[in-house]
Write a protein that binds this ligand. Structure first.
Ligand code: AMP
Ligand code: DBH
Length: 549
């Protein structure tokens, strides 16, 4: 049994780890163990379905062992990091379980990521391989992977999941089907080891990679499945991109598998596609971000949809769900609404399925576990009186104690005694439910997609026509926040426009969801009245002005 700690990983202090084991939070089971147990218990139950696949637990188990054996032959070994950039399709599950079984660490990238995100992620994780798709939604992912490979020294292997065995692949890329070997011997693993790296919203410089262990993540998966009342008859529809922590584990695809239920996939979350999938697969639960929930509600209120009667629970999370929308979800879709407030770093809060309606409408729920500790504190770290706004800090059995190999981010994001500073402003109600009021940090939450102001400003500052730029989130009725860029032009006679700025940012290989929604050209930025103004203060001032105008 390996006992050394992965370099760059900050484990829980030994006393805390021992406590979480004694309390039964950490069980010593790995992801591979869970799948083995399910395949033994209900081999013929359907584990994963999409438009082209229908795999039983026995088949998923065999496939993941087979691919793990093939990847080992290719040279992928325990603790190697492997970028996974796949759309919602059955092979995502096969691939990540194969990597889990090898002890190799999937790094969960999003289909929307482009060079500007993938190069820093591959570099920071020193990834040796990438698993990607061929052409998907008219975009050539294998070509993107190849362009990353030439820029990142450690990256040797490109593996492509493709429906078209004859498709031309970049030189050096291989069809993953070549690695479905006869299942062989696999390594013994330790559940306290890091299982994968999840991503936190980007910022300039080194991306924040989130190390999650088998022990801690499986606790959150198990507890989520209990809170969301999953069982063998659950059919969870993966609507959001499954690399996100929410559809992955809250309770997500892993919760459904843990409960012996079925994971159904849709590559496209629009009502037209997703409603058909709900009818076809008999979906019982899914998770949405607020703008998507609004689209679904509006479509359902018009009537004449496919049969949605199998659907029992719709979760909304990732960004604040307005009360007006929250009220409409249940009646429109014929479901129980569940609000979810979570983060890839750990803590996840849920409203419970039997909560009174006012709790479900007006709060983002309470921590899933009695062992989660949450505090709202002022800027000096002192706890604020109950019911008043404060900065949310947390620790617990599935909240990380540090990012992967990033001491600088750790110094900012963790207190000396190991609490994670979430960056969220919350009110903790006397009944324990949290109301998320906003973010303290310099982030725009655009309908659940988080955009770092600093990261986007750095791109804009490269624009030859822009002297300085400040990014803030401004209120938007659908997205919650939209991305507004305040820019000072180099030449007042030749001002940048929304179209030219977007084209420029896109040309730098930045994911589409980070494109500014508005460009406001200004001569100067306002004074904040304290002499030299920090960019942080400036963002705050502009945001306050935007909120009242
Ligand atoms: P990430 O860093 O991408 O894992 O995003 C986590 C952040 O998303 C949280 O810290 C919150 O700022 C935000 N978030 C997630 N769920 C909610 C929610 N239900 N309401 C408001 N904000 C949310
Ligand atoms: O936004 C998130 O990151 C999020 C939302 C809901 C999350 O990580 C989660 C649930 O687990």
């Amino acid at each position: 049994m390996p006992s050394t700690v992965l370099p760059g990983f900050t484990p829980w202090p030994e006393a805390a780890a021992q406590r979480y084991r004694e309390l039964g939070c950490w069980t010593g089971e790995t992801f591979g163990d869970v799948l083995t147990a399910r395949a033994a218990a209900t081999p013929e139950a359907i584990a994963v379905v999409d438009d082209n696949h229908r795999w039983t637990y026995a088949e998923l188990d065999r496939r993941s062992r087979s691919l793990a054996t093939g990847l080992a032959r290719l040279g992928i070994a325990r603790r190697d990091r492997v970028l996974v950039q796949l759309p919602n399709r059955a092979e995502f599950v096969e691939t990540v379980f194969a990597l889990f079984r090898l002890g190799a660490l999937p790094v969960f990238c999003l289909p929307a990521h482009r060079q500007a995100e993938l190069v820093p992620i591959a570099t920071a994780s020193a990834a040796t391989a990438i698993v990607t798709s061929g052409v998907h939604q008219r975009f050539d992912y294998a070509a993107l992977a190849d362009s990353i490979r030439v820029q990142v020294d450690s990256l040797h292997h490109i593996l492509v999941v493709t429906d078209d065995a004859d498709a031309a692949l970049p030189q050096g890329a291989r069809d993953i089907a070549e690695f479905r070997d006869e299942p062989g011997e696999l390594p013994a693993l330790d559940a306290s080891d890091v299982a994968f790296l999840q991503l936190s919203g980007g910022s300039t410089g080194v991306p924040k990679l989130i190390p999650r262990t088998h022990d801690d993540y499986l606790f959150s998966v198990r507890r989520s499945a209990e809170v969301c009342e999953l069982g063998p008859d659950t059919v969870y529809l993966a609507t959001l991109p499954i690399a996100h922590n929410f559809p992955m584990s809250s309770p997500g695809i892993l919760g459904a598998l843990w409960a012996g239920g079925t994971v159904a996939m849709t590559p496209d979350p629009t009502p037209a596609t997703a409603f058909a999938a709900i009818e076809k697969f008999g979906v019982t639960i899914t998770g949405l971000v607020p703008p998507l929930a609004r689209l679904w509600v509006e479509r359902a209120e018009k009537g004449g949809t496919p049969d949605l009667s199998s659907l029992r629970v719709v979760q909304v999370g990732g960004a604040r769900c307005q009360e007006e929308l929250a009220r409409r979800v249940g009646p429109a879709l014929g479901v129980t609404l569940q609000q979810v407030f979570g983060m890839a770093e750990g803590l996840v809060c849920y409203t419970r399925l039997d909560d009174p309606i006012d709790v479900v409408i007006a709060t983002q729920g309470r921590p899933m576990s009695e062992y989660d500790e949450v505090k709202a504190v002022d800027d000096d770290g002192n706890e604020v009186p109950p019911g008043t706004d404060g900065n949310l800090i947390t620790q617990g059995p599935y909240t990380i104690r540090g990012y992967y190999d990033n001491a600088e981010a750790d110094a900012r994001s963790f207190t000396a005694d190991g609490w994670y500073r979430t960056g969220d402003i919350v009110r903790i109600r006397p009944d324990g439910n949290l109301v998320v009021q906003g973010r303290a940090g310099d982030w725009v939450n655009r309908g659940g997609e988080k955009v770092s102001a600093e990261e986007l400003e750095a791109h804009l500052l490269e624009h030859p026509g822009i002297r300085d730029a400040i990014i803030i989130g401004t209120p938007d009725p659908v997205l919650g926040q939209r991305i507004s860029a305040f820019v000072q032009p180099v030449d007042p006679e030749n001002k940048p426009t929304l179209t030219t700025v977007r084209a420029f940012v896109r040309g730098r290989g930045v994911a589409a969801w980070k494109m500014p929604d508005a460009v406001v050209v200004v001569d100067d930025f306002p004074e904040t009245g304290v002499g030299k103004t920090s960019r942080k203060e400036l963002r705050q001032l502009l945001a306050e002005r935007a909120a009242v105008s």
